[in-house]
Write a protein that binds this ligand. Structure first.
Ligand code: AMP
Ligand code: GLY
Length: 423
């Protein structure tokens, strides 16, 4: 079978490596892929949001199955367009991808169906939002409604910051159309957990839990990034909490989407916060997380392609989704200056001995050699019997991957390790 994967980051590299384990797959195309993915798939320079381009390519190549992983093509209807051409897909249709594409939609969904989340108000009018802020408890959380490259959330500690954030979004067009409507919500506290789950709209099977590290600097300082590293499983996500989330969040979300006539099929991502009041949803994503996927898929014992097809064909209930009882850690090597400005075009070397453990994100091929091409360059990933082993092995790999101006956080997994020792 010929498989197409839409996207070109570390997450897609992890997906492609895992898909390669399936012997029915004869060819994998990555659109657009990247310089590192080119070792594992045929990369074709068609952008992930170019839906007519993707569809035309899929038809021309006789693609049997498409995996759509990034948020924008999903929200723009890439799966709908491919399905119209008779191509089976992994990923939700646009009417279900809205669970990530609109925060106003997802907050209203949670309110309507009693799914625990932060208290909130939505605004389309600047003056109304500013008036509300006069008495809002601080800190307060301001979110652009639409997709904003992971940057659409501002946690404002003072009224002044809150007013500036709201004005920036609603009046100055900071996130374009995505910020015309906003959500202002209650600030929650507690450990964060990411749970990716396979669902075919009838059954939901959560994958092993994980923890992202979003801030650029050690000990959660500095700016928010796309994610500087992950560990799995997340020690805060105990079996008791997992059972509670299944009853209060996972199953109700699938049922709510069905009741709205928006059947969600694919990978549903729950960004959770374990508050003193119980687990609450911080956000939904309509896709695999990045860099969560880089630690979750190496622990998946079952065959990924088999599970994906079971989701498409609504056979998930009878399909085994099993994880190894091990730990994984992914340390992201980024270009110095990320997430703000940084230099690109430096030679990137990945020794052959660690190649299979490095998922390449921001790199391209120049005269047959890898050079850096993005903020997050490579995800160095290790699996170990214990979390401590996985963390030190991931850092040993990171030390061998070289490019100028590389930096990584030195404390990926430290908080989890402390928690694991306390449990
Ligand atoms: P998001 O872009 O929705 O993933 O949000 C980015 C980060 O902002 C989350 O991972 C949380 O750390 C933080 N965040 C979002 N909403 C809240 C909230 N209501 N209370 C506290 N932190 C939040
Ligand atoms: N790691 C968070 C995300 O994929 O949005």
């Amino acid at each position: 079978m010929k498989v197409l994967v839409v996207g070109g980051g570390g997450r897609e590299h992890a997906v492609i490596r895992k898909l390669r384990e399936n012997r029915d797959i004869t060819g994998i195309y990555a659109l657009p892929g990247n310089g590192g993915i080119a070792e594992d798939a045929e990369c074709v320079p068609i952008a992930a949001a170019d839906i007519p381009g993707i569809t035309a390519f899929a038809v021309e190549k006789g693609i049997d199955y498409a995996v759509v992983t990034p948020d924008d093509p999903l929200v723009l209807g890439c799966v709908d367009a491919l399905e119209e051409k008779g191509i089976a897909c992994f990923g939700p249709r646009a009417n279900a991808a809205i669970i990530e594409g609109s925060k106003v939609f997802s907050k209203n969904l949670m309110k309507k169906y009693g799914i625990p989340t932060a208290r909130y108000e939505t605004f389309e009018d600047l003056d109304a939002a500013l008036a509300y802020l006069e008495a809002a408890p601080l800190p307060t959380v301001i979110k652009a409604d639409g997709l904003a490259l992971g940057k659409g959330v501002i946690i404002a500690g003072t009224r002044e910051e809150a007013r500036a954030a709201v004005t920036d979004m609603m009046q100055n067009g900071r996130f374009g159309k995505s910020g015309e409507r906003i959500v202002i919500e209650e600030f929650l506290e507690g450990p964060e957990v990411s749970v990716l789950a396979f669902t075919d709209g009838k059954t939901i099977k959560p994958m092993v839990s994980s923890m992202d590290h979003k801030r650029a600097g050690d000990h959660d300082t500095g700016l928010n990034t796309g994610g500087m590293g992950t560990i799995a499983p997340n020690p805060f996500f105990t079996p008791e909490i997992a059972a509670r989330c299944m009853e209060e969040i996972f199953l109700p979300t699938v049922a709510a989407m069905n009741a709205e006539g928006r059947v969600f099929k694919g990978c549903l991502y729950f960004g959770l916060m374990l508050t003193a009041d119980g687990p609450k949803v911080i956000e939904y994503n309509c896709r695999f997380g990045d860099p969560e996927t880089q630690v979750v898929l190496p622990l998946l014992e079952s065959d990924l392609f088999t599970v994906m097809r079971a989701v498409t064909e609504e056979r998930l209930a009878e399909t085994e989704v099993r994880f190894r009882e091990k730990n994984a850690c992914c340390v992201i090597l980024a270009s110095k200056g990320y997430p703000e400005s940084y230099q690109k075009g430096y030679p990137l070397t990945i020794p052959e001995s660690v190649r299979e453990q490095v998922y390449v994100a921001g790199a391209r091929l120049q005269d047959g050699k890898l050079v850096t091409a993005g903020g997050r360059v490579a995800g160095c990933t290790a699996v170990g019997d214990t979390l401590a082993e996985a963390i030190s092995a991931a850092y040993r790999i990171a030390a061998q991957v070289k490019f100028e101006n590389a930096y990584c956080r030195r404390d990926i997994g430290a908080r989890a390790l402390q928690a694991a020792q306390e449990v």
